[in-house]
Design a protein around this ligand. Structure first.
Ligand code: F6R
Length: 598
């Protein structure tokens, strides 16, 4: 949430900042701004609205300089407006600061400053830090930032420049992501590595409490007491093209289409027993007494899929938990438990807090994450990377698929008695099956025309199909703004059936072959109330095909793999409905990609 970019080097900062911000815009798009120092003056420009508004505003402006910072905002304190946009500055406009996170004690700090007659232009927590920097100025930027940071409660990735020291950038992090990109005599700062990948693939992922001082394209790392520290430089093997639309209208669409290739990467090297790429082997897995799968949103839905798998192969209870709830209750977590935390970004605040809880209780934490070097990857005892490449569309697609496949791989490696009824050979066919499943797009495009004007849409399924339904409904809601609801098909009759009337769209996935008759009966119940049924399955159900208004036929596969590929038509439904309605698919209202606030 909120995108941060910074540059120090010999090139003009403005194009680098604007380009970086366009790659970070998925993190927030309420307003955007930049600040650049050219040796003599500090220029700050910021605008409410999407980045394009700022770009249009800057089009004829010549801003030179050697250091600069930029920000794209997802509002927490104060409405989206020019005043609340970052960078923020102090009363003399000597300091400019950008910030991602929440300063929890800002109100108390502000009161003290108001009593001392400082003035404020915005409603943000960040402006308080800007004013505090000028109040506590010691003559040294690093020292001043560290001193101010000692008084901050909450979370931050912050980047500061000042006209009082025009060659220097100082940045620091506490719980919000910040990456340092190391180039030839130039240094970049960003909220995530994909934003600066075109300039360098050498990255340092700052840890909580780390600060960096950057001068003339060189950097030095410190802790909050200004002791010098070192951090490993990591090489990121993502291609720049993976973070581009490659001719498609939307990132989400491109990311749906590339699922076959990316899943090939997820499974590569992991289809043999004893593979070193599987972090916990069977002997270790058998020792756990309970598994907690903890995640948010789409990643939580992926966890619902994992529950059945792990219970089946290990014969131990698995609890799937919403991280935002888990962290505030008192779960009975033991030291012989395994926590599986799932996250695309690896930076989701609630999931990080839940991970801390698991670790504090002594359990082993395995992170399934996509972003290499992310906070969760570093906190966990073991990591299984999804390897699906950068996901830019706010609505998660390929990462969700990667989460399903990642869990299937783990379960398969722990499947001593072949309870999953899916072989490694079959799993190796997944990329091909995904390719075949993507062929349903033209049919889904047509179907979307018959539901895009509806207000309510229901997604139903049994067993693992219910986990899919939950994800299908979320996908549609977040980008089309239609009301969608997921239900375990057998639950309909306990209340929600009352809402089904003539023409109500009901989407059903029927990948659970052993539950097909039961699912078909539930479809008959909604049909009897006039529902417009879109069913998704393979050729094994003549009866379901006959009673559905539309039947989307997917390739034949084992039950487990059928479930995995059944998400593809649901992703297409969300995409095409939103596209028909002209919605902003990659930047849905009120949302942001990486949720680094509570
Ligand atoms: C929905 C979506 C969100 C995320 C959730 C967790 O399409 O992307 O629901 O799944 O915010 O994010 P990560 O996976 O980064 O922890």
């Amino acid at each position: 949430m909120c995108g941060i970019i910074g540059y120090s080097g010999q090139r003009k900062p403005l194009p680098i900042l604007l380009d970086g911000l366009s790659r970070l815009e998925y993190r927030g798009y309420d307003s955007a701004g930049i600040a650049i120092i050219d040796g003599e003056s500090l220029t700050i420009e910021k605008k409410e609205g999407k980045l394009q508004v700022l770009k249009d505003h800057l089009v004829d402006k010549e801003i030179n300089g050697n250091i600069g910072i930029g920000h794209t905002r997802w509002a927490t304190h104060g409405v989206p407006s020019d005043e609340n946009a970052h960078p923020h500055y102090d009363n003399n406009q000597d300091f400019a600061i950008i910030h991602n996170g929440i300063i929890e004690n800002y109100a108390e700090m502000k009161e003290v400053l108001l009593n001392e007659n400082y003035e404020f232009k915005s409603e943000t927590d960040t402006e308080v830090v800007a004013v505090e920097l000028s109040r506590q100025w010691t003559g040294n930027l690093l020292e001043t930032v560290c001193n101010v940071a000692k008084g901050l409660e909450g979370t931050y990735a912050l980047v500061v420049i000042t006209i009082k020291d025009p060659e220097t950038i100082v940045a620091g992090r506490m719980m919000s992501p910040l990456v340092l990109g190391v180039g030839e005599d130039e240094v970049f700062l960003a909220s995530d590595s994909a934003a600066i990948l075109e300039h360098t693939n050498k990255m340092i992922f700052l840890e909580n409490g780390d600060f960096v001082e950057i001068k003339n394209g060189q950097y030095q790392l410190f802790d909050i007491d200004m002791n010098e520290i070192t951090r490993e430089v990591q090489l990121i093997d993502w291609e720049v093209s993976e973070a581009e639309k490659s001719g498609h209208d939307h990132f989400m669409y491109k990311e749906i289409l590339e699922q076959s290739e990316v899943i090939e990467r997820t499974i590569t090297g992991r289809l043999e027993l004893g593979s070193e790429q599987i972090p916990i082997d069977l002997e270790h897995a058998k020792k756990f007494e309970k598994i907690w799968i903890v995640a948010c949103g789409t990643a939580y839905h992926a966890g619902l899929f994992g529950k059945d798998l792990f219970e089946k192969v290990l014969g131990i209870p698995v609890s799937v938990e919403l991280a935002s709830e888990f962290r505030y209750r008192e779960p009975i977590v033991g030291k012989n438990d395994l926590g599986i935390v799932i996250s695309q970004s690896g930076e989701t605040m609630d999931t990080i807090a839940a991970t801390e809880l698991l670790k504090d209780n002594g359990s082993h934490v395995l992170a399934l994450v996509n972003v290499v070097g992310s906070s969760l990857a570093r906190m966990a005892d073991s990591v299984l990377y999804l390897h699906v490449g950068p996901e830019i569309g706010v609505a998660s697609t390929k990462a969700y698929l990667g989460m399903l496949v990642g869990q299937l791989l783990l379960a398969k490696h722990w499947d001593e008695f072949n309870k999953l009824e899916t072989s490694f050979d079959e799993i190796s066919e997944l990329p091909f099956l995904i390719k075949k499943a993507l062929e349903c797009e033209p049919q889904i495009k047509e179907i979307s025309k018959s539901i895009n004007d509806k207000k309510d849409i229901y997604f139903i399924g049994r067993g693992l199909d219910y986990a899919l339904a939950a994800e299908g409904a979320l996908k549609l809601k977040e980008i089309s703004y239609l009301h969608a609801e997921a239900l375990a098909a057998g639950e309909l009759k306990h209340g929600t059936l009352a809402l089904i009337e003539k023409g109500t769209p009901v989407v059903v996935t029927a990948s659970q072959h052993h539950l097909l008759d039961k699912t078909t009966s539930n479809v008959q119940e909604v049909k009897a109330r006039g529902a417009y049924v879109i069913a998704i399955g393979d050729n094994s159900s003549k009866k379901l095909q006959d009673i559905s208004d539309n039947y989307v036929t997917l390739p034949e596969a084992s039950e487990m793999l059928s479930t995995i590929i059944s998400i593809i038509p649901l992703q297409f439904i969300a995409y095409h409905v939103a596209n028909l309605n002209g919605e902003s698919i990659d930047q849905p209202r009120n949302l942001a990609k990486s949720v680094t606030v509570e």
